[in-house]
Design a protein around this ligand. Structure first.
Ligand SMILES: Nc1ncnc2c1ncn2[C@@H]1O[C@H](COP(=O)(O)OP(=O)(O)OP(=O)(O)O)[C@@H](O)[C@H]1O
Length: 512
């Protein structure tokens, strides 16, 4: 049998296949790029996957891989034997190269769909996502490259749609993981890799074959200190779920942008939690004036309900949620009809759940259903320890962009970091994590200074005494500072709320 690929080309295609399947936030992904390109690999772009989104493009290594994949797939297509007799490895090599090529050729257009979705969401949702016009072009290109004798793939029902849906999902995952989470430290790189794994598992081949439609069966638990972006993680996972492509209608079956249904369980009474989650019948409780569907009912198959502060929820609701996780069924308050939950559950807490179980406040069976997939967000201090001096600056710049816009961000961040280093010290603990960094930046912007509530080296406690003794604080300012002081000692919003006898929302608002 005549050989279609040289050994070198086959090895190149094998590396490209592994690049396709690798977790982009793990170092092995870069290793496969390096191996594929050999001497042509640009070391300067070797860490694109630990930097922030804005700085990563264009990537010369990806461009080179793409160029080579294009040339090779055209040659292979032309030389493909009419009798279809190629080895299995050669068939797989061609498919891997085409997959890489199509994914990157349409990446920009997928990103356009994501931006449109984000804009729809910002306008409050409710608008339908619309037809995807470039699907026909992608399909024609796949058929042109893959409709060769003996290669079954293109003939399989739904194969092109499935590829298209996976490609869009991967772009969304990139977009949301890179875009939402700032930070280039090793703990943040590990966090990004863990989020990717929550979405696609550690074995992309199995995911593509079967698990893509089953990930809703696995709850994800996000743990980590307060203010470390647990909600951002949950959102990134929710908006990056598999959504099937319906080629008859020329559109995705669901709108990814409307897929996130968050609920803060510590801010509501048990009745309201149940009503928000499960819905209610008219008259089920005082104020239930009409029938109403809850998040569990409106969340579509490709969506996720986010249960924030799951450690705070009472035992009765834990039982109901356990039932949702085990049997996928629930009832509206005051109703007997069983309804089916189709989406995924993502929960978060900064509590130590095993300790809560030991104290009898959290059900063990519920915990085991929740923790099949655990993602841990690192504290800000953990991110800064071991990272270069530029890390705080780059996080500050991210926060500054939101406060003052792109034009002013760099200059303001530089100023702010200089102030922090001088006044807080390089080892400052940042007990409020990223939320505190944002608060600090806001204070610096408005007042030109920031006073952390916690104990500080260098006489901050004296400042505090002087402020109070001097009678110069407004009541609101006093409460705000006192809340921050207690929070710095208590470590969590819940504990602060307990000590101050306030509800969590008030504490959070005071912490900024
Ligand atoms: N890595 C990060 N990159 C960008 N912003 C971040 C990051 N981590 C946290 N933030 C920001 O910090 C603030 C708090 O984040 P978030 O509410 O997700 O934290 P949390 O861990 O859920 O906190 P809590 O346990 O108190 O609810 C938000 O404004 C969020 O955008």
């Amino acid at each position: 049998m005549r050989r279609l690929f040289s050994d070198e080309e086959l090895a190149f295609a094998d590396c490209v296949g592994r690049v396709n399947r690798a977790n982009p936030f793990l170092p092995e992904r870069i290793e496969w790029e390096r191996k594929a390109l050999g001497a042509e690999f640009a070391e300067a772009a070797a860490d694109w996957n630990v930097q922030s989104h804005a700085k990563t493009l264009p990537n010369p290594n990806l461009s080179r891989l793409l160029e080579r994949a294009c040339v090779l797939t055209e040659r292979i297509r032309t030389d493909w034997p009419r009798n279809g007799r190629v080895t299995r490895a050669e068939g797989e090599a061609h498919v891997a190269l085409v997959a890489f090529r199509i994914f990157h050729a349409f990446a920009e257009r997928f990103d356009g769909l994501i931006r449109e979705g984000e804009a729809r969401r910002a306008r409050g949702g409710g608008e339908p996502p619309g037809r995807v016009r470039f699907f026909a072009e992608a399909r024609a290109e796949m058929e042109r490259l893959l409709a060769v004798p003996g290669l079954r793939l293109i003939g399989e029902t739904g194969a092109v749609e499935h590829f298209f849906a996976l490609a869009f999902q991967m772009r969304r995952a990139f977009f949301h993981i890179f875009g939402a989470l700032a930070g280039g430290s090793a703990p943040m790189a590990r966090l990004r890799a863990a989020i990717w794994q929550s979405i696609f598992t550690h074995d992309f081949t199995r995911y593509r074959r079967t698990l893509f439609s089953r990930m809703g069966d696995f709850a994800t638990l996000v743990i980590g200190p307060s203010g470390t972006g647990k909600e951002l993680v949950a959102r990134a996972i929710a908006l990056s779920r598999y959504v099937a492509f319906d080629s008859k209608r020329g559109m995705f079956a669901e709108d990814f942008a409307g897929a996130f249904f968050p609920l803060n369980l510590s801010a509501l009474s048990p009745t309201l939690i149940e009503s928000e989650l499960f819905g209610h019948r008219r008259g089920a409780f005082t104020g239930a004036l009409a029938d109403r569907a809850g998040w569990m009912e409106v969340c579509p198959a490709a969506g996720a309900v986010f249960l924030d502060e799951i450690g705070d929820v009472d035992a009765g609701i834990q039982v109901k949620l356990l039932r949702v996780l085990q049997a996928r069924t629930f009832q509206r308050l005051g109703d007997t009809e069983s309804r089916v939950f189709q989406g995924k559950v993502i929960a978060a807490t900064n509590r130590d759940l095993p300790a809560e179980i030991r104290a009898g406040r959290f059900r063990e069976d519920f915990y085991y259903r929740l923790c099949s997939d655990v993602v841990r967000t690192p504290s800000l201090r953990e991110q800064l320890d071991g990272a270069g001096a530029g890390e705080l600056a780059s996080l500050a710049e991210h926060a500054a962009r939101r406060l003052v816009g792109a034009g002013e961000a760099e200059a303001f961040a530089r100023e702010a970091v200089a102030w922090m280093t001088k006044n807080l010290g390089a080892d400052y603990a940042w007990p409020g994590n990223f939320r505190e960094l944002e608060q600090c930046m806001r204070n610096l912007l408005v007042r030109g200074e920031y006073r952390p509530a916690g104990p500080l080296a260098g006489g901050a406690a004296d400042d505090w005494n002087a402020l109070i003794g001097g009678g110069r604080l407004t009541a609101e300012e006093l409460l705000r500072r006192y809340t921050r002081l207690v929070h710095a000692q208590a470590g969590t919003v819940e504990e602060t709320a307990r000590r101050l006898d306030l509800d969590r929302r008030t504490v959070k608002a005071r912490l900024g």
